[in-house]
Every structure is written in C-alpha cells, then in structure tokens.
Design a protein around this ligand. Sequence first.
Ligand code: SAH
Length: 225
Amino acid sequence: MTNQAAKPFPWADQWPEIVDPRVRAAFAAVSRRAFIEEHLARFAEQDAPLPIGEGQTISQPFVVALMVQALHLQPGDKVLEIGAGSGFQTAILCELTATEGGVRGATIYGVERHAGLLARAADVLASLGYAPHLRVGDGAAGWTEAAPFDAIIASAVAPHVPRPLWEQLGEGGRMILPVGQHEDDQQLWLVRKLDGQMRVEKLGGVRFVPLISPLFDDPEQWAEE
Ligand code: SAH
C-alpha cells in the first residue's frame, strides 16, 4: 500500500545526487505531511528540517535521502534505526526493505529515547500501514536480541561510534551516523564491517541534535577504526 495522499516527489529535481531509483521511489511514496503537526503543514514539502516537539527535529529530507542511499538497502534487509523521532525516516526505511507480499517494516527496528515522540510515531506509522518494531530506550546500546543488522542508521550525533552498535553490525554491514565532539563540527560517517575490520568513509559536514547516552562516559564503549 502506498500513501494515497502523498503528493508527487516534490524534491526530485533538486536532488541530482540521489541516483538510486529505489530511494527516489521511497520518497515519492511517503508524504512528510502525516509526520508533522498541523500548524507546520505548509512546510511539509520544503526540503528543510522541521521541529517535531521535545526540542527535536525531523532531518532535512535530502540528508535522509543521502544517508539511506549510502546504505544500499535491499528488500528484507534488517535495519536498526536510532532516533526514530517523528517516524518519517522509519517509513522510508520500511519502503526500502519491503518484500513482495510481506509486512512493510517487518525487518525495521527503531529506538527512540522520548516515549511521547515514539508513541506518536507508532500511531502515524500504523495508520499508514507500516509495522516496524519500535521501542523506547537508549539506541546507542542497540537492540541485542535482533542483531546482527545489515544496516544501522543514527539520526543524532555521537562523539564516537558506540561499541554495541559496532558489535551488532553484521559482516558486510553498513552503518551511517553523524560523528563529532562539538555541535558545529560534525561529519557523516559511513562505517563498513569488512572481514571484521572497520572501514570509515567520511561523507561531509552535517548538523544533527545530540545522541544522548551514558555510554559515551566510558571509553571502553567506543569503537575505534
Ligand atoms: N529520524 C527522525 C529524526 C529525529 S531527531 C525523524 O525522521 O523524525 C533525532 C532523534 O534522536 C530525537 O527524536 C531524539 O530524541 C533521539 N535520540 C537522541 N538520543 C537518543 C538515544 N540515545 N537513543 C534513541 N534516540 C535518541
């Protein structure tokens, strides 16, 4: 089922960098309108971040597109999402991993630390026919019972790659996350696990809200290249 209310992909012409037709199709199928508050409706189709409450923001759609494109998601891939927020990106992940005749979201695991945000996201996602696994918690700790993951995506900036996430990434897996010790010095990292080794590709500067986790107080919990 695609979202019948969705307007045609409003950003397509402005995104020459997004070449993967499956990513373009996913953005055409998911309208941002359902995930934001009524008074922000007129901004739904602007390619800009938007507030979602609790001091958090939905990422700029272009940045979400770049991140998911870098993960090369295939139908059936198991994906861990950290910072599900409004659920908009979760819906995109559900579209990209959907299998023929399968439940959309069956292989998506979303973690969010704000219970209120997650409750709203869960309602909206269900109303659109998506059924990802969602839970409130510290996403930096991952989701042990569901590991290993083919891909991991974090929508909040971490000072280091959290060790639990590295350990829960399967061989050949891809993880994308903003990394930086300062608010105005963040880089998007694409981390791959190849023969158990960490390969990092830095994809450029970004600006995200912080990933809040006690795990970063313990250097034992940082995974290094
Ligand atoms: N992908 C979201 C963007 C949300 S902004 C969307 O499409 O709307 C980043 C989110 O990360 C916020 O909702 C914030 O509450 C959440 N967050 C921050 N630290 C976290 C942590 N340790 N675990 C899980 N979620 C976290």
